[in-house]
Design a protein around this ligand. Sequence first.
Ligand SMILES: [Zn+2]
Length: 526
Amino acid sequence: MTLPAYKSWPFQEAQKLQKRFAQPASLPVRFETGFGPSGMPHIGTFAEVARTTWVRHAFEFLTQWPTQLIAFSDDMDGLRKVPLNMPQQEMLAENLGKPLCRIPDPFGECESYSAYMNKKLNEFLDSYQFDYTFQSSYEAYTRGDFNEGLAIILRKVEDIKAIILPTMSAEKRTNWSPFFPICEKCSRINSTRVIHYHPENNTIEYRCDREEGPVKSCGHKGTTSIFDGHVKVGWKIDWALRWYSYDIGYEMYGKDLIESATLSGKIVRLMGKQPPIGQFYELFLDEEGRKISKSVGKGLTIDSWMDYAPLESLLYYIFQNPKQAKRLFWGIVPKSVDDYLAGLNHYAMLDSAKQPDSTIWHLFNKGANVPSYRTSTNFSLINNLISAVGADDIDLILEYLKRYDSSTEKFAPIIEDLVHKAMNYYRDFILPNKNYRRPDKEEIKMLKTLRDELANYEGDDENELQSMPFNVARMFNESPGNFFKMFYEVVFGQERGPRFGTFVQLVGKDKALNLLDTLVNRNNVD
Ligand SMILES: [Zn+2]
């Protein structure tokens, strides 16, 4: 049986990998993600693991081959500056230049700085049920996983310099070496420079006398084996070394690492293997379109997202074209949830052969456990309802929703959760921005006319209800656009709102009349 060619991007990536591995050199086929343990795991870490997992699943679906995802933590990296959000700033300042795995844990919980961050990474990935194999760089070096590759790099130092040096400033080229020995005396890694290479016995001579920025040195001169964790190689070489040693087949990376990926690719070829298939993804931007990196946030964490919206709505958002820059801020919540719910609604109607091209299929483990959701009730509708009737009574909201759409009952657990989250969202993000405008005399007349039209209407047809505000606008020689704007500003305290017909059906005619009465009377008395 030949499978149809799927168009969704994880399948396109998986197909590239499949071509490459017509005859897999070794199984399982390995996928890799990278983590820098100088800070806590964040939404960028989450997105990289999620995206890689989607490609991995698509690949498994196409090939049925075993796969493995290695979540690699670069804990041999040196600490170059003290992160401002960490406790024990003085202690950290004294340890600048040391590998993260040799610096005490500022929280006092684990055996090192990076052990703490690695623990956080594992807890983080576990809490979202990712399937991965954690690999610490320190352990890999110490265990000798990289020895074979390190020996090759030592023999090819000049060829590697020829690749890397042209990309560096003249000033940095002097003394540059792919190797960073850990000083035997002071444990620093950013303070050493290599003075002699001895490929004949896999050792190097170094001096600890490089002072860069706040990183100190101790003046020690020594000779060390390049094996078993005594030295680390610089970042681009390190990346190639991992690819080489673990036969990585696939890796994604942020747009900021495109040049690194190219250079690491050249180095791994020089070492005698192919670089992995890979794909860059765009980085997240903040509300104003500025790059957000490690400081991501102002509170936007995945946990806090889940206070306001289902996790799958965030995944749905992240899933869309990884090469397109995405803004990440609280304003995207309602649309993300509604897109996700529309995706669920649509999925149920898809022919099973087409399902693998749906975002939903990827979000729910190759379509294995897609929840059933077929109702027009969505986050915006719930938010509109909360705007109209208040946010303090969940049962009342659910009552309204059931009356509006009887199918709501069938999906009660999902909808109750949505209402809870929508109430949080309303309280924290909508309510503080509401600004109820006082209508002028003419506007009060218009609202009263609308009220009377509604009072005199006997039916329950959405289109007929929807035509009422248009009729009123016409009577008063007002454009429908202006009329609706006034209506939303006065009734909802915001510039936009639900269709009038939907609104009346949602809250019911009596409640709608009540609302309009209150408005008209309150403003009349004044
Ligand atoms: Zn030293």
